[in-house]
Ligand binder design. Sequence first.
Ligand SMILES: [Zn+2]
Length: 210
Amino acid sequence: MVGELVRKIGEIAMIDLSGLDSNVYLLGDTVIDTGTGFNFVRLYDALKQLKVNLNDIKLVINTHCHFDHTGGDGYFLKAKIAIHENDAKAVEDGDDELVNAGFFDGKAKPRKVDIRLKDGDEISGLRVIHTPGHTPGSICLLDEKKKILFSGDTIFADGVGRTDRPGGNEKDLEESINKIMELDFDVLMPGHGEPIIKNAKKELDAMLKG
Ligand SMILES: [Zn+2]
């Protein structure tokens, strides 16, 4: 099912390209995750609605290397590409297995990574939280002032990330979930599915205990 193409949540635009694509978030001239790259027309329409030019985007931050989050990176020709150092090589090598391309009938394109992120870094006003488990270089991004957490595929409104793909590790994921639950946030912007607009930690806590 295809949802509403663009939703505004405060200053953040959430773009829903298709059920296969990751959520794409736009914050000023920064994009978090880019989908599979299969739905360029919808991406273009979304940016047009938001009165943003592809070339206005100066930074793409990938929450992890998977194809459904990085496949569209190449459309942003003027953007620097940032990803955690542990997932950077998979992107630079175009490693179909590690980026999980076959799962989407895709083919990874080797792509230069400009910024290798580490836990605790600050980028575009967001704190990098290394949360391995779904992939070795999975990150969450925390807006500490607005208490918004972009959680990639580590945690969703209705569950946690899978660990059965190459590079996945269940124990790491468990530790990462604990790390997330110690952060201070009210809003959850996950890599797929619905965001949680308020009381996100309370809702996640109930979900995890459920
Ligand atoms: Zn993933």
